[in-house]
Design a binder for this molecule. Structure first.
Ligand code: ZN
Length: 326
């Protein structure tokens, strides 16, 4: 009898030890991660598009955890958020988007966001241009394109004045939250605006002295703002977003333009195989130069930490060659 009581006692002690161990063990890894995050207390910022991710990163430095919603390499015009993306936005402290025209999917999401998320529309206070403003170059668009002719051009970040307005909008909204060091925010903003202003001056000085005045690009209509700002003509094969059904007629028009303008190059766009640019280049003998709209970047560029300003400096070098500028 005594020995069976002893065995029962041992079993009870063992069960107790197992229970204590189970209670003290961390439940799962995810909970640990959340605990670490809350200890750092950094605000979480989600930005949709690369230019606004980049300027916000420059503004906040390491004072916030900032992420780019569109994965590197993804074409942004046809982007639709996944359920995971929506959760990421809901759990952020600050959500920065490009505007209703570039991102029509945002409207439904922000209507249902918790009050804990501060929403910043980077296009606030910016006048979007109609694509038709820079459009008419004797292309003879037919009626089926009339709807596209009146469409607003979403690529406003390619006018440096506009990106300065967006920098101020984002910086002011961040300052109002009182979660970031206001001195470093102001200092970073001042430096960034100085750099963007210098970029604008360099573009104006260089592009005012070019033998050719027409940017001819095999791609979609991305640089309407830039062309307008520096008094250049702009000819493309596609309208305001990329599509795969560029006709042989569109391509031959581009070839004719290159010959007529005695152009030095055909420009291609980022993140796509320059198939059409290659056809045009083969037909005309002019080289292909990249004109990067900075919508998004490649994985390698993301890892290297490339900036919007660096991309625009590279663009200026290529335009200088392509338009034969001094
Ligand atoms: Zn675009």
């Amino acid at each position: 009898m005594k020995s069976s009581r002893f065995i029962l006692l041992i079993i009870l002690l063992l069960l107790g030890a197992v229970a204590i161990f189970a209670l003290n063990r961390p439940k799962d890894v995810a909970k640990d991660t959340v605990q670490i995050q809350s200890q750092t207390q950094k605000p979480i910022i989600v930005a949709t598009l690369f230019p606004f991710y980049d300027i916000t990163k420059t503004l906040v430095g390491d004072q916030a955890d900032i992420s780019l919603l569109l994965p590197p390499g993804i074409e942004p015009h046809s982007f639709e958020p996944t359920p995971q993306d929506i959760i990421q936005i809901q759990e952020a402290d600050i959500f920065i988007y490009t505007g209703d025209i570039m991102e029509p999917w945002v409207k439904d999401i922000i209507a249902n966001l918790p009050k804990t998320v501060t929403i910043i529309d980077a296009s606030k206070g910016i006048n979007l241009i109609e694509s038709s403003e820079d459009h008419d170059h004797g292309h003879g668009h037919d009626d089926k394109n009339s709807k596209e002719k009146l469409a607003l051009d979403p690529h406003f970040w390619l006018d440096f004045n506009n990106i300065i307005i967006a920098t101020n909008t984002i910086s002011d909204s961040l300052a109002q939250l009182n979660v970031l060091d206001s001195n470093s925010l102001t200092q970073n903003k001042t430096t960034l605006i100085k750099d963007l202003t210098q970029l604008d001056t360099d573009y104006a000085n260089t592009l005012g002295n070019c033998r050719n005045k027409t940017i001819i690009q095999a791609g979609h209509r991305t640089f309407g703002y830039l062309a307008r700002k520096y008094n250049l003509e702009y000819i493309t094969t596609e309208e305001l977003s990329p599509n795969s059904d560029t006709s042989a007629q569109d391509i031959s028009k581009l070839i004719d333009e290159i010959k007529e303008e005695k152009a030095k190059a055909v420009f291609s766009e980022e993140l796509i195989e320059p198939r059409i640019a290659k056809t045009v280049s083969d037909e005309t003998g002019v080289p292909i130069l990249l004109l990067n709209g900075a919508h998004n970047i490649t994985s390698d560029q993301f890892k290297s930490g490339i900036s919007f300003i660096t991309i625009m400096r590279e663009n200026l070098e290529n335009i200088t060659i392509g338009l034969d500028c001094k």
